[in-house]
Design a protein around this ligand. Structure first.
Ligand code: SAM
Length: 232
């Protein structure tokens, strides 16, 4: 269970109404039963249920059961697509250990707003599901041009570029270190965006194979490709 609160042995932590309902109504836990909790910062802890009511409840933190994992130093930049597919991208990126998720507005992005809180909740749920201790922050939607203007060139960008036909890239030989994957919208990047990306020295264009993938598939494929060659 994700608890946005410091976890310290012997200390109580609050749970909100939805979490209290999940613990007592869905999981059928009773006072004193064990619950595994994490906050994305302090590893995983065993806690016990103190009380759970309609408006919330509390747990008592007992002992640490896993230390905090370091996320792979990989960010995901992507152009939001339809709601369910955007949710999918955030969920899969969180499962695969992306350390930061950055939705960007591009020339061909259809949606000019996202529900950041909703996407963050998906990232939390994905981390809960796969037993990770890392919850990647989901940034607010920002224009790609502004993101590139302020980019620290020490973090290289792996640009999934569907115009590079041919087999999927092997990333062996690319430098280790901080990276970000960049995935375009359903309509692809505009000519202006492509020209800018091609000029930037910290951007490496790669193929994900000879077929044009949907953006959500491309995100998962690129994350897996990066993990297999450069991940730790
Ligand atoms: N603009 C393209 C078109 O309409 O022909 C399709 C864009 S594709 C649906 C969405 C994004 O997924 C692309 O911008 C790219 O980042 C990524 N992508 C899809 N297939 C890819 C491939 N084979 N290699 C690299 N990137 C790919």
């Amino acid at each position: 269970l994700f608890i946005d609160h410091p976890l310290v042995a012997g200390q109580p932590v609050p749970v909100d109404g939805a979490q209290a309902h999940y613990l007592s109504g869905v999981m059928r836990l009773r006072q004193g039963d064990a619950v595994s909790v994490f906050n994305g910062r302090d590893g995983e802890w065993q806690a016990t249920l103190l009380d759970a009511g309609k408006r919330g409840g509390s747990l008592s933190v007992v002992a640490q059961t896993a230390i905090q994992q370091d996320p792979p130093d990989l960010w995901l930049i992507f152009a939001p697509i339809k709601k369910a597919r955007t949710d999918f991208i955030v969920e899969k990126a969180a499962e695969m250990g992306a350390a930061r998720i950055m939705p960007v507005q591009t020339d061909h992005t259809n949606s000019d707003r996202i529900r950041q809180d909703r996407l963050q909740a998906h990232a939390i749920e994905a981390a809960e599901q796969c037993g990770g201790t890392i919850v990647p922050p989901v940034a607010d939607l920002a224009p790609l041009s502004r993101v590139l203007d302020g980019w620290d060139p020490a973090r290289r960008i792996l640009w999934a570029d569907e115009s590079r036909a041919g087999p999927a890239a092997t990333l062996a030989g690319l430098p280790q270190g901080p990276w970000a994957i960049l995935i375009g919208p359903e309509g692809g990047f505009s000519a202006t965006e492509r020209a800018r990306l091609a000029r930037l020295p910290f951007v490496t264009p790669v193929s994900l194979g000879p077929r044009i993938l949907r953006a959500d598939t491309a995100a998962v494929a690129a994350l897996a490709l990066w993990q297999s060659a450069l991940g730790d």
